[in-house]
Design a protein around this ligand. Structure first.
Ligand SMILES: C[S@@+](CC[C@H](N)C(=O)[O-])C[C@H]1O[C@@H](n2cnc3c(N)ncnc32)[C@H](O)[C@@H]1O
Length: 743
């Protein structure tokens, strides 16, 4: 992968160098660093890198995950007794109980990570690199003079020589307030002078910061205003400040804090409003649990009793945390009209109550139907836990994630999802249980890490990455848009996370199809599904050759598929398999060559048809005397040439052949189409067929063919079925008119 970062900027680690370095350097674990850099040199080097950054020498964010280690579970108060200094630290050797207090002596360098220079209480200095912070240049977290506590600190070697203190888990990094009792006396006296503004001034300054998008500073100023009010009570100002702080917390995706602020705003308002002072609303914790409840119900009628501004915030928080509605009723056309590349997040509730998670034989847990669904029905709709909304074309959004632990490199969509997941989970402990319950490929168990019952779940960035990798989905802005894109155009897809849908296991013959409208994932039935049946989905479209597809499942998700198609394909002799792939490749290259020509000749079409028959024979030759194992199954190797021939016969207006090949195409996807009753009734049968854009098109070609033969009833039934499948593959009826007009 080409990297554009300037070689001069050594603060941006070169992933390949870092990887080789990690493998090649002598093991110094547990030793003290051999060399020490002076304060002057550290600061001068830092200034040079700040300058390089301001000159824009770093177009790609390289996020690097080193070899895994668990986050510290200890609170800094509990570990204060193990307060260590820089001189005590060893290389690559962490003690969960250690805590290091530092004060920064330089402005931060904020890009792939936050780099600064800091001193300890004894005046010793170090380069400090904090990874996976939600830091930004406009509103930095670590400013000059910040006081920090670093849990389980150690020295880590740098590629260019030297050592730094590197933090990977955000929870191992704690920003201390100037009045915190842990802050050493010498530092405390200097930092204390920040306070001293009255509430109105804090509010005004906070508003200015908010408008400048310096959200963390706004948060700090509103907090100071509230502190002032604790000794000078004024309920109206208090409600106002909690409301404002709630708004900032929502922007920063700190929903737990936003819910707390809003509960305090509502309870303070209720206490001061004569008609509400005896209501349940005065109890902030009751309001907070309502905000966190996933129900659409409002048993305390909170919304009707509070001012509009608070009501709107309550709706915002509830939608962002996620609410569940009991039915599949959505105005998908309206929702879809709001969605665009920059407006992914829509206000919609989830619909999940007709599906449940339970054990699925050897597949771990799975998602199951709790009632019967008909083909095309909406089974479940879920808003994303995280769907990064960065602008794809923006050069500044380039970002790559390197996992040195297993040597993988994750491109931009996955890297952004990782970054945002870390922040969402860091700031919202209420969302952690659901997330960390997901499949992590045995990562935690393998390391023997466990949590006590009452322990807060730590934000382990390595575990987040394992969970992301096994459970994320690639998503277009809207699935409908994919249909209108030119064939073979390969638009970059986002990478998003939907927790409930993460429980769906893969099958090459899935009974559901997932689609997206903005951050809503819609799961629809690809065929009739009975209550109790496991719901399955295609993680990726299956390769024609079983060896290739099982390899993909094994390396990406750690399983081997045992669906009906894999069982039949897997029972073939190596000889037939190789033969099939070879024939397929030959036929494909013939088709590709012909596709480049504007009008293929009838002779060339007949040649392809002959090749197709030979390939078909390789499927039949696997049949025993009595039954064809592929009778109701897709014959994947036949799909591509059959599609070509269907469209080619259509383009030369040969109606009979178009119908013949459209029926064949559907059959090769595992969908059996027959007619009965003087050719008036269309039978479409599929137990495990694949529904996709090609099958929609094949149905439309059939409709067109029947129509030109004067068989209008059949044509109408084909159109009806094609429309139903259109909804299955795009999620909604949106754009259907246009699609069927242009097809
Ligand atoms: C998105 S999760 C699905 C839920 C998962 N089964 C669980 O228990 O949390 C993906 C993981 O499920 C398992 N899985 C999915 N499809 C499977 C299949 N067809 N056969 C076996 N395991 C499967 C694999 O372990 C895979 O990494």
């Amino acid at each position: 992968m080409a990297l554009h970062s300037s070689p001069k900027n050594t603060y941006e680690e070169e992933p390949d160098l870092a990887k080789n370095f990690a493998n090649e350097t002598p093991d110094e674990k547990g030793q003290r660093p051999k060399s020490k850099v002076s304060r002057d040199t550290l600061v001068r080097t830092h200034q040079r890198h700040l300058k390089l950054l301001s000159e824009g020498s770093v177009p790609i964010r390289n996020l690097i995950l080193p070899n895994p280690y668990p986050p510290s579970h200890r609170s800094i108060c509990a570990t204060y007794k193990n307060n260590v200094h820089l001189g005590d630290l060893c290389i690559d050797s962490r003690d969960q109980d250690d805590v290091l207090l530092l004060r920064t002596i330089a402005s931060p360098y904020v890009w792939s990570s936050t780099v600064t220079v800091a001193e300890d209480e004894t005046g010793d200095v170090a380069r400090l690199t904090v990874c996976n912070l939600e830091d930004n240049v406009v509103d930095p977290i670590v400013t000059e003079g910040s006081i920090l506590a670093i849990k389980q600190p150690c020295w880590t070697r740098l590629v260019d020589g030297g050592y730094h203190v590197r933090v990977d888990h955000p929870s191992d990094f704690v920003l201390l307030k100037s009045d915190d009792e842990l802050v050493p006396e010498v530092w405390r006296s200097e930092a204390d002078s920040v306070l001293g503004k009255d509430t109105n001034q804090c509010k005004k300054d906070g508003d200015v910061m908010f408008l400048k998008k310096r959200f963390r500073q706004a948060l700090e100023l509103y907090t100071q205003g509230l502190q002032y009010l604790s000794s000078n009570p004024d309920p109206a100002s208090e409600v106002d400040l909690y409301r404002k702080r709630c708004g900032v917390n929502i922007v920063l995706l700190r929903l737990d804090d936003a819910a707390k602020d809003l509960s305090l705003a509502i309870s303070t308002h209720a206490r001061s409003a004569a008609e509400l002072s005896s209501s349940e609303l005065v109890n902030a914790s009751t309001v907070e649990s309502w905000l966190h409840s996933r129900s659409t119900e409002d048993p305390l009628l909170i919304s009707s009793k509070i001012p509009r501004a608070l009501k709107e915030l309550a709706a915002r928080i509830k939608f962002d945390i996620g609410i569940n509605q009991p039915n599949p009723d959505y105005k998908l056309d309206v929702i879809s009209s709001y969605v665009g590349p920059l407006t992914l997040h829509v206000d919609a509730a989830n619909y999940m109550c007709d599906t449940e998670i339970r054990q699925s034989g050897s597949h771990g847990r799975g998602l199951f139907a709790k009632k019967d669904f008909k083909e095309g029905d909406l089974i479940c709709a879920e808003k994303a836990l995280v769907l990064p909304g960065y602008f794809m074309q923006d050069r500044n959004s380039d970002c790559l994630l390197y996992n040195l632990g297993d040597g993988t490199a994750v491109p931009r969509p996955g890297a952004w999802l990782f970054k945002e997941l870390v922040q969402k989970l860091r700031w919202n402990p209420s969302l952690r249980k659901e997330f960390f319950d997901l499949e992590d490929g045995g990562y935690w168990k393998e390391h023997g890490w466990e949590l006590a019952e009452d322990e807060e779940i730590p934000v382990d960035v390595f575990r987040i990455e394992y969970i992301r990798r096994l459970n994320c989905f690639s998503a277009p802005t809207r699935s409908t848009d994919v249909l209108s894109q030119p064939l073979n155009s390969n638009p970059e897809l986002r990478n998003g996370f939907w927790t409930h849908a993460s429980y769906i296991n893969h099958s090459c013959l899935p009974n559901t199809i997932r689609t997206f409208i903005g951050d809503i994932l819609l799961l629809r039935a690809a065929r009739d599904i009975a209550s109790g049946e496991e719901l399955t989905n295609q993680y990726v479209a299956p390769d024609i050759d079983i060896g290739a597809r099982q390899e993909k499942y094994r390396t990406t998700w750690g399983f081997e598929c045992d669906c009906e198609l894999c069982a039949v394909d897997g029972s073939l002799s190596e000889d037939i398999r190789t033969h099939r792939v070879k024939q397929f490749d030959e036929l494909k290259s013939m088709v590709m060559k012909l596709s480049e020509k504007s009008a293929p000749t009838i002779t060339s079409l007949k040649k392809i048809a002959r090749g197709l028959r030979e390939l078909e024979a390789l499927y039949f030759s696997t049949a025993s005397d009595t039954e064809d194992p592929y009778a109701a199954l897709p014959r994947l190797a036949l799909v591509h040439p059959t599609l070509f021939l269907t469209e080619a016969w259509r383009s030369v207006k040969n109606v009979d052949r178009t119908i013949e090949y459209a029926v064949k195409l559907l059959r090769n996807f595992g969908i059996l189409v027959t007619t009965e009753g003087s050719h008036k009734v269309l039978n479409v049968e599929h137990r495990s067929g694949l529904v996709n854009v090609e099958t929609v098109r094949a149905m439309m070609y059939l409709a067109e063919g029947y129509s030109s033969q004067g068989k209008e009833e059949l044509a109408g039934q084909c159109v009806e079925r094609a429309k139903k499948w259109y909804v299955v593959i795009t999620g909604a009826e949106v754009g259907m008119g246009q699609f069927f007009k242009t097809e």
